[in-house]
Design a protein around this ligand. Structure first.
Ligand code: 2AM
Length: 175
């Protein structure tokens, strides 16, 4: 029998414009300790629903979930830096995330459940990973960055020796 097609790692996310990503990257450079591993600006994103590894023939049904939800237009003010010791992540978040983002994450989760994909039962904590292998808490303020959210993506994650690379499989405009 032929080998099955390799599985692909996918997730729904918000992807910032190059200008917002550059600002976030600057904030990361200012805040991260020297020995942390900064994420490249083009890889910065906010995960809405992490699906994980799936057979490629599942992708059309997953894309249909993205077609069904309402992608909101909203302003996301990134004004908070945080550090999680358990996974050594330095992240950017919002002290007042718009409710529409949690609603969107929930709609995606419900839609995925309907096609047999159950997400890990974790609360949705909107964050953008800025650096990994960050061993110490950071004591830095963040100059607020206003991100005009105007759609979302289904991203495919590919790992190689340089770290993760992300391909945009689909994009949805806000509507
Ligand atoms: P992280 O940045 O907090 O690690 C691609 O890997 C994206 O999916 C990243 O934003 C990552 O979040 C997220 N991700 C990876 N594994 C995950 C998991 N098991 N549950 C939720 N999100 C995950």
């Amino acid at each position: 029998m032929a080998d099955p097609a390799p599985r692909v790692r996918v997730f729904f996310a918000l992807w910032p414009s190059a200008a917002i990503a550059t600002e976030l990257h600057r904030a990361a450079r200012r805040a991260a300790p020297r020995d942390a591993r900064l994420m490249r600006a083009d890889t910065l994103h906010l995960t809405l629903a992490f699906i994980g590894d799936v057979a490629p023939d599942r992708l059309p049904a997953i894309e249909a979930v993205g077609d069904q939800v309402r992608w909101p237009r909203c302003m996301l003010r990134l004004d908070q830096l945080g550090h999680w010791p358990h996974n050594q992540i330095l992240w950017a978040g919002s002290q007042s995330p718009p409710d529409t983002l949690a609603q969107l994450a929930d709609e995606l989760s419900v839609g995925l459940q309907a096609i047999g994909i159950t997400l890990a039962p974790r609360p949705f904590v909107p964050h953008i990973t800025l650096a990994r292998r960050c061993r110490h808490a950071v004591a830095a303020d963040m100059r607020p960055i206003d991100w005009p959210v105007d759609g979302g993506v289904l991203a495919v994650s590919q790992r190689d020796h340089t770290g993760a690379r992300y391909l945009m499989r689909r994009r949805w405009p806000a509507h």
